[in-house]
Design a protein around this ligand. Structure first.
Ligand code: NCD
Length: 328
């Protein structure tokens, strides 16, 4: 494989910055199709450079503050790892905002305004849907939405899109089946919006009626409660967890938790070149025996997430005029 030269990396970052000029990522709706295309190209360039130990430390002087008001393992670890891979540093508090001055009554705006003085990029996960939109009107530092309640999760969806395009080459005439909790699953909300950019992609939504996709994200897709009915036609199967923590009535969780179990039997009629995706964590949606199936790509998604977040940080933070980049 040809390793892209670092000059190509520089050019790809610059092209992306020209097509995406905002300093925050709140919703995938901020991406035009052109910006998405440039982003996908940049991710694949970073992917190859990093795997070949040839990625230059382009954010050597930058500091990330990852602020999580909701639990997170892989998303926070992914952002932190991405910043280290780019040569930057990370403020050592990420999760556990319950031990912070929030407990003293400080507002999120004040916390972020303060941390923004000490860092170059804020990554925020918060239980309130839409909070990032309010925040960017008050905080002018670069900000990335790492999940806003049951709203969106743009960076996860961008890594999901990268994974689909990498595994399937294109979305042209492909059938993407999304199954599980489509009401509260924020990764699905962002992913659906991204898929709407592509023509000739066929989307099938599988969920119990009570957990159907909210109409604000819906665009006439086929909806069904039966996975069996649609799995055979699928090229991509995107499985999600029932978002128990967001259920108004916890008893209804028990009713749904094992509704769509992916195992050897479920996959019996699936295509040989299907890909099985999941944003993780899984609870009981996918039998661990499926991990050995070559169609399972959910751990690859995690690796792709690292490269995606590296690309997004380059997009927001790379300063093309800095003397640091003499090595280009
Ligand atoms: C997802 C999330 O937090 O929305 N996880 C993740 O970020 N990879 C999905 C989930 O929690 O089910």
């Amino acid at each position: 494989m040809n390793i892209p030269v670092q000059k190509e990396l520089f050019e790809r970052i610059c092209i992306l910055q020209e097509s995406y000029t905002e300093n925050n990522i709140v919703s995938v709706q901020q991406f035009s199709f052109e910006a998405l295309t440039h982003l996908m190209n940049l991710i694949s360039c970073i992917h190859v450079l990093t795997e070949n130990n040839a990625m230059p430390p382009v954010l050597a002087n930058k500091i990330l503050a990852a602020i999580f008001y909701e639990p997170s393992t892989r998303t926070s670890a992914s952002f932190i790892s991405a910043m280290y891979k780019l040569g930057g540093s990370v403020l050592p508090f990420i999760a556990g905002m319950e031990s912070s001055s929030v407990r003293k009554g400080e507002t999120v705006v004040d916390t972020l305004k303060t941390i923004a003085q000490l860092s170059d990029l804020l990554v925020l996960r918060h239980p309130e849907k839409g909070i990032h939109t309010t925040l960017v009107a008050n905080i002018f530092s670069p900000l990335i939405n790492a999940g806003d309640g049951y709203g969106e999760h743009p960076t996860q969806a961008l890594l999901d899109l990268y994974t689909i395009l990498r595994e399937k080459q294109s979305l042209e005439n492909k059938t993407v089946t999304i199954v599980g909790d489509l009401l509260y699953g924020r990764t699905v909300h962002s992913l659906i919006r991204l898929l709407h950019h592509f023509e000739n992609v066929h989307i099938q939504l599988v969920s119990p009626r009570d957990l159907a996709l909210p109409r604000e994200y819906y665009s006439g897709e086929k909806e069904t409660e039966s996975l069996e009915e649609v799995i055979g036609e699928s090229d991509v199967l995107y499985v999600t967890r029932m978002q128990r923590e967001r259920f108004k009535n916890p008893e209804s969780y028990d009713q749904y938790k094992s509704l769509y179990l992916i195992n050897k039997d479920t996959l019996h009629h699936a295509k040989n070149n299907l890909i099985i995706m999941h944003p993780l964590p899984r609870v009981n949606e996918i039998d661990p025996l499926v991990d050995k199936d070559t169609r399972a790509v959910y751990f690859k998604q995690v690796k792709n997430g690292l490269y995606t977040r590296m690309a997004l940080m380059c997009l927001l933070l790379f300063d093309r005029n800095s003397h640091f980049y003499d090595f280009f």
